[in-house]
Design a protein around this ligand. Sequence first.
Ligand SMILES: *[C@@H]1O[C@H](CO)[C@@H](O)[C@H](O)[C@H]1NC(C)=O
Ligand SMILES: *[C@@H]1O[C@H](CO)[C@@H](O)[C@H](O)[C@H]1NC(C)=O
Ligand SMILES: *[C@@H]1O[C@H](CO)[C@@H](O)[C@H](O)[C@H]1NC(C)=O
Ligand SMILES: *[C@@H]1O[C@H](CO)[C@@H](O)[C@H](O)[C@H]1NC(C)=O
Ligand SMILES: *[C@@H]1O[C@H](CO)[C@@H](O)[C@H](O)[C@H]1NC(C)=O
Ligand SMILES: *[C@@H]1O[C@H](CO)[C@@H](O)[C@H](O)[C@H]1NC(C)=O
Length: 738
Amino acid sequence: MGIPPITSALLFIGIIVGIQAAKPYKICSLPGTEKECPQVERTGLLQCVNNYHGIDCILNIEQGKSDFGRVTPEEALVAAKFVQNVVVLGEFKSDVIGDDAIFATAVLVRHDHTNGFKGLKGKRYCHPGFRFEETVTELVLKEFENVVLKENNAEGCSNKVGSDTLLEKELKALTDFFGPSCRPGPWIDLDERNKNYYKNYSKLCELCFPNSDCTLPVGVVPFMRSLECLVNGGGDVALTTLNTIHEFFNKTENNNKQNDYRYLCRNGSVSTLDNPCVWSKQPGNLIIAHKDQADDVKTDLESWIPKNIIADRPTPYAGNSPFEGTFEKIFFPSEPEFNKIKFAFQRQSVKDYLEKYRVIPDSRSSEKCNQNIKWCTTSYEEQQKCGWLAQASLNNAIQPVLNCIQSPNKLGCLEDIKNDKADVVAADAHHGYIARKKNLAPLAYPETDNRKLINTVVVIKTSNPLKIDRFENLKTRKACIPEYGGIEWLSFINVARDRKVLSKTTCDYGELISDFVGDSCMPGAHDAEHEKSAKTHSQKLCDLCVPVPHAKTAKTCNSDDTNAYYGNVGALKCLKEAGDFAVITLNKEDYASINESEFRVLCKNGSLAINPGFNVDSECVLTTIVDSEVVSKRNSPKNNDISIILLNFERRFGTDRTKAFEVFNIFNNTVDLLFMDTTAGLAPTTSNNKNIRNYVSLFEHVDKCVIKNDDGSSAAVKATILPLILSIILLMYTNYKN
Ligand SMILES: *[C@@H]1O[C@H](CO)[C@@H](O)[C@H](O)[C@H]1NC(C)=O
Ligand SMILES: *[C@@H]1O[C@H](CO)[C@@H](O)[C@H](O)[C@H]1NC(C)=O
Ligand SMILES: *[C@@H]1O[C@H](CO)[C@@H](O)[C@H](O)[C@H]1NC(C)=O
Ligand SMILES: *[C@@H]1O[C@H](CO)[C@@H](O)[C@H](O)[C@H]1NC(C)=O
Ligand SMILES: *[C@@H]1O[C@H](CO)[C@@H](O)[C@H](O)[C@H]1NC(C)=O
Ligand SMILES: *[C@@H]1O[C@H](CO)[C@@H](O)[C@H](O)[C@H]1NC(C)=O
């Protein structure tokens, strides 16, 4: 064609030289593009900014750390309400899908339908089912029925159901409202429970053909099946999609049936098939950019990859891409058919753009039965991540909705849960004892990376002036313990009880430890937040503590950095300067400033470790446990609902880049928010994991003591339901992951 090769080569060089003067754009790149990035960077046009996840791309563009990138629609939906600087340039399209959406949901009713949503009472409902994985979210699949139940005031909030969860109430409400229906599962990601529900709410499966076991047969197209249920299966109302409707009624055998059906619109009105109205539309992968760069990026994309642009007018020239395919690997979606870009007519914020496709839910209007679950956070960063997680949950129709409540610190969270200001938190194992004294109990355990496990040990001075060589020798000795009620404190008491150095029957650990040791330092032993018992000799347990130099007070027992002997490093300092023994956690803190040779471990079996230092074998440690637990109020009526939320976190937001949001991963460059980033997943309280079993047995006696003192007898009955659900729910997931 037109331009001779020489000229085109010159033109090509010209482009490179011309743009090299400008700064390269920073493009979002995901893992798996390590080979291509150096190649595109050689052109001087682009520079990769590595991201773990599409959400990072949005956050980076928002802060000007990246200029443009591609995100999935679900990622964009999570972020839409939180970002201001990000605009949508356009969408990736395939040649096949001419329509402006990947799909658009629509509701069909019979032509004689009257009285809008009210007229649906007792009608036979045809639903595509829930086996869609990530492509069609539950919110889209539940949007119609949620509106129907709400409009009819039929949400069934006061219904009594076996599991006492919103999920089951919803099933009961649908069963009570509609006539015999076909709404295939899975309703919950839990086979056993699903089967029970299919039995108990079988009316929702009655209309399913050919088998009424409520699962979708393999190979069946869900939205076609729901439409066939309406037309050929005796249904009255069907949730399907626009394309499915077109395809179905375009068949010769169905052509004459068009007049028998109407669209039921979101506002409750009906319209004929030649006048469609849709509910939610699904966009494709989006091209997003910082608002200041958007126009330049668009112009350059048009010149770099003209063949991939769906143009309104012919492109000025169709030269070769300067990237020879590498750029496409970084930028284009993994489905090869989505290789065309359609630019939007105007620059719009992510929110404005997506609102043309669907309603982005907010927590207030999504709250069912006035219920929500309050997750406790302790920092601005954590509160932000929680907010994004809450939006991701809304977008997936997870009920109850999640709210985020900020407390000043971790103990404050436990206190807030005790006082019903918050419902749940992933708490540090360090505070396990205090949590139980506040009447909280675990719902699940985050599975901890082996390197982050907690190992506690008793240490003495290598010089050993008191000739300590067994646990019995520690009686009346000066103890240095990082924090009153902490994990070191508890694991010491636990082993001492096992070795019968301490009474096995007493529940008052404060009294036990006070009677055993001499003057000591156990920061926090004086304050109520640490749940010290009435018989704790606070003065004795605080006596050894000293304030840091230049502190305002002469005496301290604070559990913070004003106390020179607070924490693990503090406890070792205490041992060196004033104490006889210390109990510390081996791997949680940085001991770089400590000369380990000055200390020797007293092993769990009572003999001294062979060598000084902290490098001891696993038999020497008091216990090895996971580093955190998800806790809520013991016997809270919300616990079953919280368990469902946890199941959903694992299922929908577990560590996986294809998920819209990752709850166990770094967020906005900050680690360990909401959960430790080392969390692989959640395990049930009944897990067989050794470090979880250790944890449970560490707290066995404390639990017995707390329950004995608990005067709520009804609570004790409820407690039997929860572990059952959880053990099934979470065990399945543990197996599923392995
Ligand atoms: C199903 O219903 C029966 C009787 O109504 C009840 O005992 C059982 O707990 C229910 N099962 C579930 C999973 O809700
Ligand atoms: C209906 O079928 C005809 C011929 O098969 C086709 O040309 C037309 O595009 C179809 N219409 C729709 C809406 O699918
Ligand atoms: C309801 O919505 C449809 C489609 O969006 C529209 O055509 C119709 O005018 C609306 N009806 C009312 C009463 O608002
Ligand atoms: C991300 O971090 C930056 C600073 O590090 C902060 O300004 C911004 O508000 C954070 N964004 C979110 C959503 O947390
Ligand atoms: C560490 O302590 C040991 C034993 O007290 C001592 O021999 C050694 O010199 C110390 N090392 C340092 C670097 O202070
Ligand atoms: C105690 O355990 C340590 C570490 O495993 C071992 O070296 C030592 O022999 C044991 N002592 C006794 C008395 O069993």
